[in-house]
Design a protein around this ligand. Sequence first.
Ligand code: ZN
Length: 177
Amino acid sequence: MASLRIRVYGDPVLRRVADDVTDIDGAMANLCQDMFAAMYEAPGIGLAAPQVGVSQRFFVYDFGDGPGILVNPEITDSDGEWTYNEGCLSVPELTWEIVRPRSIHLKAYDLDGNEVSIEAEDLQARLFQHELDHLEGRILLDYLDDDQRREAKRILRQRAMNGQGPPAGTGEGLSLP
Ligand SMILES: [Zn+2]
């Protein structure tokens, strides 16, 4: 199984608006398997295709109750507000308090091309919104104020100069204890 490199902040693919998936084929199914492997290894609970350099609208996730894949996801409704300490595999080791809607309604397709409709709340809603951001070319830094963003960029620059890769233990969309 090929091992995928998780792209980190600074990689232009993270800023691209991903394309709709038009064809769910065997190659995409294989890519999803590789994405799960990279996600579990990180470890994380979600990984969007742009994070492995593929600018297409799908992501994989696992909250601990089995793997899931959502294709061409769309949030059709959202409600409430919730502040939570959020991290990202593409901005390793840093987390911030981010405000997002607490619950969402999401429409997407599964790997068989069937339409799925999901009511998600709390962590699940948080992760789905986080992954959708990746498909829109948005990352956590976009939610920060100027001072926070400057500090984050300083740390990331420092790290790049030291040649440090992404450390283990940062949960995608979630700060793990
Ligand atoms: Zn992320």
